[in-house]
Design a protein around this ligand. Structure first.
Ligand SMILES: Nc1nc2c(ncn2[C@@H]2O[C@H](COP(=O)(O)OP(=O)(O)OP(=O)(O)O)[C@@H](O)[C@H]2O)c(=O)[nH]1
Ligand SMILES: [Mg+2]
Length: 457
């Protein structure tokens, strides 16, 4: 595909040792040669050459000492001719160089380099999205997972599923086309087993990908409970800083606070909320309304109780996974965190529910049982799995569409609904899979995906 020539800074704005500008497109070489002190050498240099020289403005004045790396189409990130220019990391200097270049080409849109790479067949959509995920990766686990996708494992797994769906569809369509002729009929039993296997493979990928969203977007954790149970203290203990105000007066926290922490490589996005109680105070009541909304939209609700008045009457919404915590256990006479056994004995001796997790914001290791509880409740593996996994919500939604169409196809076969129904379900399933891979895509979808990128990618 032929495009115009675009350029953009690749490195973040600000002062640094060096900064990098990229120019990509049919006129890239010509434009840089006009402004480089060793134009002839650059013109004749093979791809992957790095040349040292000076960047010149329109009057031939030296603006900066630069290194230029030359990539020749199609051996480049975008598949086009690319020149990358490292200059000194002075924002004014970089702006001047960019200004000169922009007289001959235009500034790249966010994600446009990667979009071109995709359109020129250098990357499939999964890998293109993985580039963006890698840049925005929240935690060490998410960057490892984005790298995993970049290596193409997921793509090749999906291509296998897609080929099997298309093969089944072809068999069904042949049966439709030649139904009035005396040809061997399609082997229904074989088709049935194939469809079962396919659906299971897709369902397995979906199940394995469930915590993919956690990797990419972080795990939304909400701290809630009655006023004064120690929510803000627990929040601070998680962050290891005095972020939230703590006081012995019930109703201290009004508006919620949100911060991120890392737990075993996962990012927890934790909110500390206003304590839940009946109140006539208008402001507090607004805070409590927010608490309820936050509880509903969380992945994990940490609900705190304290003794002596443990009232387990709280009805929880169905969305989040709920962990019930018994707060301030240092006040129960513990000077260090109890072993699992000792804690179980304590709960049963007080006739308390056995799922209560002990926490203390004061004791050393007071959050350890809770941290273990979080990882097991969300069933997130402590080590990054090496099986293919979808971490992107758009891709996951498309996989869910593919699965429901496969299930419908399976049902159509079971109910002998006719090959037309089967063919249409299989075709919808393969469309959904192709949308994940980007082998078919609407302009709107592409626009939306690449708009999330940053400029220079
Ligand atoms: N001994 C002990 N005291 C605690 C612990 N956690 C909190 N407290 C005390 O309990 C009181 C209330 O703590 P907060 O963290 O402000 O409680 P909260 O649930 O955020 O309260 P509201 O914001 O009013 O809903 C403060 O005096 C804290 O010092 C704990 O683990 N052990
Ligand atoms: Mg508070």
């Amino acid at each position: 595909m032929i495009f115009d020539t675009i350029c953009a800074p690749l490195t973040a704005p600000g002062t640094a040792a060096v900064s990098l500008l990229r120019i990509s497109g049919p006129e890239a070489l010509q434009i840089i040669c006009r402004h480089f002190s060793k134009a002839e050498k650059l013109r004749s240099a093979p791809g992957y050459t790095v040349l040292h020289g000076y960047f010149l403005d329109n009057t031939g004045r030296e603006l900066d000492e630069v290194l230029i790396t030359k990539f020749i189409s199609p051996q480049s990130y975008t598949g086009e001719d690319i020149l990358e220019l490292s200059c000194h990391g002075n924002p004014h200097l970089q702006a001047r160089i960019l200004e000169v270049l922009l007289q001959s080409c235009r500034l790249a849109h966010p994600g446009e380099f990667t979009q071109r790479a995709y359109l020129n067949g250098k990357l499939d959509l999964i890998r293109a999205e993985a580039v963006n995920d890698l840049i925005h990766a929240l935690s060490s686990k998410s960057s490892a997972s984005a790298l995993n996708q970049l290596s193409g494992k997921l793509s090749s797994h999906l291509v296998q599923i897609l080929e099997a769906v298309q093969n089944a569809r072809l068999r069904v369509e042949l049966a439709i086309d030649f139904s009035d002729q005396d040809l061997p009929q399609i082997d229904l039993e074989r088709l049935e087993t194939d469809l079962d296997e396919l659906t299971q493979t897709a369902e397995k990928l979906y199940a394995q990908s469930q915590n993919g969203r956690f990797l990419r977007e972080g795990i939304k954790v909400c701290l809630a409970g009655a006023p004064n149970v120690g929510k803000s203290s627990l929040f601070n203990a998680f962050l290891q800083s005095s972020r939230a105000l703590v006081s012995p007066h019930p109703g201290t926290t009004r508006d919620y606070l949100e911060e991120s922490v890392s737990l075993s490589g996962y990012t927890l996005v934790i909110t500390d909320t206003a304590g839940l109680r009946e109140t006539s105070d208008e402001l507090e009541s607004l805070g409590i309304d927010r608490t309820r909304e936050l509880i509903e939209s969380s992945d994990l609700l940490l609900y705190l109780y304290e003794l002596p008045d443990f009232k387990p009457t709280q009805a929880f919404p169905s969305g989040p996974t709920v962990l019930r915590l018994l707060s301030k256990i240092d006040l129960l006479g513990y000077s260090s965190m109890p072993s699992n056994e000792a804690w179980k004995d304590f709960l049963s001796s007080r006739e308390l529910p056995s799922d209560l997790i002990p926490v203390s914001s004061l004791l050393e290791g007071g959050l350890e049982p809770l941290k273990d509880g979080i990882l097991s409740a969300l069933q997130v593996p402590r080590e990054l799995p090496d099986h293919p996994q979808i971490t992107n919500s758009r891709q996951l939604a498309a996989l869910a569409r593919a699965i429901s169409n496969l299930q419908r196809a399976r049902q159509a076969l079971r109910d002998s609904l006719g090959y037309e129904f089967l063919a249409s379900d299989l075709s919808a399933a393969s469309t959904a899979l192709q949308q994940i891979l980007g082998t078919i895509s609407t302009e709107d979808m592409l626009g939306e995906i690449f708009a999330n990128f940053c400029i220079g990618k």
